[in-house]
Design a protein around this ligand. Structure first.
Ligand SMILES: Nc1nc2c(c(=O)[nH]1)N[C@H]1C(S)=C(S)[C@@H](COP(=O)(O)O)O[C@H]1N2
Ligand SMILES: [Mo]
Length: 399
């Protein structure tokens, strides 16, 4: 039986980005989907691609990533711990305080909704390990392809408005976030994350209770979760229960022992209090793109109009350009960009393909951010399989 990786190679791997170098022999990472993929519907969700059942890790199929906003019931699900309580909204309280505050608060969902200004913003939620399953050589971890991400409008209140009510002290260094989920075994560390105080006080960091105008689905963090636009989803703590401001570096496993990348290798905001000479927490999302249409191995009819489209995004500067090559990376032309929905949103692009000549059509897409970052030709290997933003390729055929 073909393994999934082999299947990918067999179905899309014939494109060689000769001019780009280094891609020879690798499966094209433009799209994925495999016969072994099992679609299962969690309660409140439509069928999603199962990566693991306990804890639940389910990714969004490509067909559900074609709409500008990813539907709530199609949005991917990622958990580290197996015990995920259904929260009774009336009993739920958010505790906010900690050693670097003058007072603590306990807020109900109604308190949150009534006492603070409402904010809504469209943003990409992308797992640090999105596309890990496309890494060569393979790295351990959930074998995501392209669907450990989605785009939604998040609404709630600013974390900073809530923190200010507690009177944050001058010595504040990090803000620690905890959710209601827990581990089956006492040895498994609780999922807690921290943010640098500046990022917690950023006007775009939200405590959200709605997604696309509806209450958060259970599996996406009901009744409230953190939104850290531009930063990978590991900081977007779901089912929030505790927020603590402290003057010390937070020592929890999910900061010290996971979600780390080699220091000084990738672009992105620094998280200085958590940095060591060897490793540092992953922070901002890198410039990236996804081709949603056509799907791999589509046969394009000769002399018929054919449009290629997809999304491009980055960690918060916005998209400046999307370029497309149909000759394996020798020549590049600009794709048309759709409306700009905001600097944390994804940006649609489309491009009319030339179908006048029969034969294979080797398509590659490369996004450039307003910050000047561009998708690289090659993956930067790292042990946890994060930050795959290499140029996408897709093998099409005109016949
Ligand atoms: N409480 C809690 N929040 C969490 C996690 C978790 O395991 N528990 N995982 C984080 C990670 S790594 C990701 S990728 C996102 C996924 O968000 P989603 O499940 O809403 O798609 O949730 C984040 N928030
Ligand atoms: Mo993640």
């Amino acid at each position: 039986m073909l393994t999934r990786r082999r299947w990918l190679a067999a179905s899309t791997g014939t494109l060689m980005l000769s001019a780009l170098g280094g891609a020879r022999g690798e499966p094209a990472s433009g799209q994925a989907g495999a016969p072994e993929d099992i679609l299962i519907a969690l309660p409140g969700k439509k069928p999603l691609i199962k990566r693991s059942f306990r804890p639940p890790n389910f990714e969004t199929p490509l067909s559900d990533l074609r709409q500008p906003f990813t539907a709530n019931d199609a949005f991917f699900v990622r958990y580290h711990l197996a015990v995920i309580p259904e929260i009774d909204v009336r009993a739920w309280r958010l505790r906010v305080g900690g050693p670097s505050t003058a007072r603590s608060l306990e807020l109900s969902l109604d308190d949150l909704k009534r006492s603070f200004e409402r904010v809504a913003l469209p943003a990409i939620n992308q797992c640090s390990g999105n596309r890990r399953g496309l890494f060569t050589p393979r790295v351990p971890g959930v074998q995501w392809t392209n669907g450990a991400m989605g785009h939604a409008t998040w609404s709630g209140v600013r974390l900073r408005d809530v923190l200010r009510k507690c009177d944050v002290q001058a010595d504040a260094l990090e803000v620690v976030l905890d959710g209601a989920d827990s581990a089956l075994l006492p040895q498994t560390p609780d999922f807690q994350k921290s943010l640098p105080i500046e990022r917690a006080l950023d006007e775009n960091t939200l405590i959200a209770f709605e997604m696309n105008g509806r209450p958060l689905p259970h599996f996406n963090g009901a009744p409230a979760r953190l939104i850290v636009p531009g930063w990978t989803a590991t900081y977007w703590v779901k089912h929030l229960t505790d927020i603590r401001v402290q003057a010390q570096r937070f020592d929890g496993f999910w900061m010290k022992g996971a979600y780390r990348i080699p220091t000084g290798v990738f672009p992105g905001a620094r998280f200085a209090s958590q940095e060591t000479p060897e490793t540092t927490p992953i922070t901002q999302i890198l410039v990236n793109s996804l081709i949603t249409t056509p799907s791999s191995d589509t046969r394009l009819a000769r002399n018929r109009p054919a449009q290629l489209s997809g999304w491009a995004w980055d960690g918060g500067t916005g998209i400046a350009a999307v370029d497309l090559s149909t000759d394996g990376g020798l020549n590049w032309r600009s794709a048309a960009l759709d409306k700009d929905l905001g600097r944390f949103a994804w940006r649609g692009f489309h491009f009319a393909l030339d179908t006048s000549r029969p034969g294979p059509l080797a398509v590659a897409v490369r996004a450039t951010s307003r910050g000047g970052e561009q998708q690289p030709e090659k993956l930067t290997p790292n042990p946890a399989g994060y930050h795959d933003n290499k140029i996408l390729s897709l093998a099409l055929e005109v016949a």
